[in-house]
Design a protein around this ligand. Structure first.
Ligand SMILES: C[S@@+](CC[C@H](N)C(=O)[O-])C[C@H]1O[C@@H](n2cnc3c(N)ncnc32)[C@H](O)[C@@H]1O
Length: 226
C-alpha cells in the first residue's frame, strides 16, 4: 500500500498515448543523467545563477511543509521535491510515468517516508482532497494535456491545501517552437494567466519569474464555515 491508501502499480507497466517528451523519460539513460541536468538547468533557463539550494530555500520558505503532512510529488523524476519533503518530516507519494525515473529516484532519495508509484496524474484516481500539498516541478511542460494535469493535481488537494509549481514560461523563442512540435517533443510552455484560468477555485498567493522559469504557489480555499 502507498500514501494514497491504494495498492502500488507495477513499476514495469507502461501507460498509453504519451507525447514524445513523456516517452523520452522512459529511457534508462535519461533517468541516469537527469539529476546532473537538473542541477544546472534552472540557472541556464533563468539566465542567472540559480542553484538547487536556492530553489530549496524558496520552496521551504514559501510552502513551509510541516511534519506529518501528506504531499503528492507529481512527476517526481529523480525525486528532488520528494526528498525535500521527506526530510521536512512529511509523508510523500512520489509518482511518475516512468519506471526508470522512479528506480533512479528511489536509489538517489531513499527515505521511508516516500512511496514511489507509476501513475499518470492526468488520469489519476487518487481520492479527492487526500493531500495537504502537491509539488509540480517542471512536469506541466511535459504533459500530454496540461489542463487535465492541473485538474488532476488540484482535485487531490484538501481544502486549504497548497499547490507548488515550477514551470517554463512561454517565451516565443525558436527553440520552444521546435520543442512544441508533437514529433519533436510536444512540450507546452504556458503563460501564468492560462495556468490560473485552469485552476478554478484556487488562489495564486505567490509568483516569481526568473527568465524563462516561473514559480507559483496556489491555495485551495478552506471550506467556508456555515
Ligand atoms: C521535467 S521532469 C520533472 C522533474 C521533477 N519534478 C523535478 O523537479 O526535478 C518531468 C517528469 O514528469 C513526468 N511526467 C510527465 N507527464 C506526467 C504525467 N501526466 N503524470 C505523471 N508524470 C508525468 C515525466 O516522466 C518526467 O519524469
Amino acid at each position: 500500500m502507498d500514501a494514497s491508501g491504494q495498492r502500488k502499480e507495477n513499476l514495469n507497466s507502461g501507460p498509453p498515448s504519451l507525447t514524445a517528451a513523456q516517452r523520452s523519460n522512459f529511457a534508462p539513460l535519461t533517468a541516469r543523467t537527469y539529476t546532473a541536468w537538473r542541477r544546472r538547468s534552472l540557472g541556464l533557463l533563468a539566465g542567472r545563477p540559480f542553484s538547487l539550494a536556492q530553489e530549496t530555500a524558496l520552496f521551504l520558505g514559501q510552502c513551509r511543509p510541516q511534519p506529518g503532512e501528506w504531499w503528492l510529488d507529481a512527476g517526481t523524476s529523480t525525486g528532488f521535491y520528494a526528498g525535500l519533503l521527506a526530510r521536512a518530516g512529511c509523508r510523500v507519494l512520489a509518482v511518475d510515468l516512468s519506471p526508470a525515473m522512479l528506480r533512479e529516484a528511489a536509489r538517489q532519495q531513499p527515505h521511508d517516508h516516500i512511496d514511489w508509484a507509476v501513475m499518470n496524474v492526468e488520469s489519476n484516481d487518487l481520492p479527492e482532497g487526500r493531500f495537504d500539498g502537491v509539488t509540480v516541478g517542471a512536469t506541466l511542460n511535459e504533459t500530454h494535456d496540461p489542463a487535465r494535469f492541473l485538474q488532476g493535481a488540484a482535485r487531490v488537494l484538501r481544502p486549504g491545501g497548497q499547490l507548488w509549481m515550477m514551470y517554463l514560461l512561454r517565451t516565443a523563442g525558436p527553440v520552444q517552437s521546435v520543442l512544441s512540435v508533437p514529433t519533436l517533443g510536444g512540450l507546452h510552455f504556458p503563460d501564468p494567466a492560462w495556468v490560473s484560468a485552469d485552476l478554478p477555485g484556487c488562489t495564486l498567493v505567490h509568483g516569481l519569474t526568473l527568465g524563462a522559469v516561473r514559480f507559483e504557489r496556489y491555495l485551495r480555499p478552506p471550506v467556508a464555515s456555515l
